[in-house]
Design a protein around this ligand. Sequence first.
Ligand SMILES: NC(=O)C1=CN([C@@H]2O[C@H](COP(=O)(O)OP(=O)(O)OC[C@H]3O[C@@H](n4cnc5c(N)ncnc54)[C@H](O)[C@@H]3O)[C@@H](O)[C@H]2O)C=CC1
Ligand SMILES: O=C(O)C1=N[C@H](C(=O)O)C[C@H](O)C1
Length: 269
Amino acid sequence: MTQRPGIVVTGASGRMGQMLIRTITASDKARLVGAVERAGHDWIGADLGEAMGGAALGIKVTDDPLEAFAPAQAVIDFTAPEATLEFATLTAQARAVHVIGTTGMTEEQIARLEPAARHAVIVRAGNMSLGVNLLVQLTRKVAAALEEDFDIEVIEAHHRHKVDAPSGTALMLGEAAAEGRGVALADVSDRGRDGITGARTSGAIGFSAVRGGDIVGEHDVLFAGEGERVVLRHVATDRAIFARGALRAALWGQGKAPGHYSMVDVLGL
Ligand SMILES: NC(=O)C1=CN([C@@H]2O[C@H](COP(=O)(O)OP(=O)(O)OC[C@H]3O[C@@H](n4cnc5c(N)ncnc54)[C@H](O)[C@@H]3O)[C@@H](O)[C@H]2O)C=CC1
Ligand SMILES: O=C(O)C1=N[C@H](C(=O)O)C[C@H](O)C1
């Protein structure tokens, strides 16, 4: 029997890091082989399980990704843009699959992933859940079916700790709506209205972000016409949906040709 792939989680103490660790340790398809946190974090050197308030796991949290990635077949990374860029280089050197959930990356930062994707598999998505990736497909179809007199607005809500806006998911939905309409999102995107904005620009795709409390993640794509509205909605109530998707991506990527893939590839949508 082939050995279960060994997985390292970066950002181990984070909201997603801890959810990923629980998901991987509960899985019979993968092994957790390492946990990385940023230098100076008070978990460095501690046993991961004990740091999470449970039984020892026999894995020490480290701030040395090079050493941690050496035995790994996959790295699951939900951290921050510059950290993810560093991890991409090191994951490619280890020839491991890099699953990237980090959002808030600029176009320039995304382009900097390409050298790594020439040597290893990268699976990157602003949302790893099955439901959102289905919603992306539906958004493209509805946008293609409706005329431009239906105004498109993407409305998202997240917890008070989220640092980027619009969310990665909102941008995926906006991209899908723009593709459905046959336009480039950069040409029609309308963000952050404030003050005397003037009337809505015809053909714009608008974005609004709500931040508060412990909201896991909610996304509406509103198609507002004269006399009717269509609303496509996804509501996440448990971060486990993202962790399950990320683990699925790490397993899917084993043995695949190097390249930059998305959850649409993983899910076969
Ligand atoms: N694609 C998806 O399905 C999802 C993506 N996300 C994204 O994942 C990212 C993390 O989200 P949360 O877990 O809520 O944030 P968080 O702030 O709870 O966790 C981030 C963790 O990364 C660590 N970190 C930062 N720099 C690091 C470095 N250089 N080395 C090692 N660790 C480092 C931080 O110390 C922290 O523990 C965000 O960009 C968020 O938008 C979140 C949920 C789902
Ligand atoms: O930061 C979060 O929490 C989430 N981030 C992702 C995003 O930016 O869309 C996915 C999910 O909505 C939760």
